[in-house]
Design a protein. Structure first.
Length: 147
């Protein structure tokens, strides 16, 4: 379980193709050292709050950035966002919604709940790679986060 001790990027995505595209984009931008992909909101919350099969992580660092899809099984992305932003320890983790939803209500609700950024997934891989590069450069390298 050593590889889960220092997850820097948590990707919450139920679509295997989209998750693979995100991983490829991160790899192309040399941002894949410590990435974990979980397929639903329930597992994301378990990981973030060190519950269930991730209970052993209580003393490990939290992710430095979360890429969160909205339309997820078990617990949807809005509920994950809400739970994290309501918790004093997790509210400082940057959460970037990476979704196919262009719904104005999803955009507004995300920002009302405290999302850091909302990005509609580009269909074109090169544009997606560029978007992930910009996210990684900003949130992992330029942005200063408390320890």
């Amino acid at each position: 379980m050593k590889e889960l001790e220092e997850v820097e990027i948590l990707i919450v995505e139920d679509n295997e193709n989209d998750a693979e595209m995100a991983l490829r984009a991160l790899k192309k931008n040399n941002l894949t050292n410590h990435v974990l992909v979980v397929p639903d909101g329930e597992e994301a919350l378990d990981f973030i709050f060190a519950r269930g099969k991730y209970e052993y992580r209580k003393d490990y660092k939290r992710p430095r950035m979360i890429l969160l899809d909205l339309k997820l099984p078990k617990v949807d992305g809005m509920e994950v966002l809400r739970a994290m932003k309501e918790n004093a320890e997790t509210r400082i983790i940057p959460i970037i919604i990476l979704t196919s939803s262009r719904e104005e209500c999803d955009l507004l609700d995300s920002y009302r709940l405290g999302v850091n950024s909302y990005i509609v997934k580009p269909v074109d891989f090169d544009k997606f790679v560029n978007a992930v590069h910009d996210l990684g450069m900003y949130w992992l390298l330029l942005n200063q986060q408390p320890k």
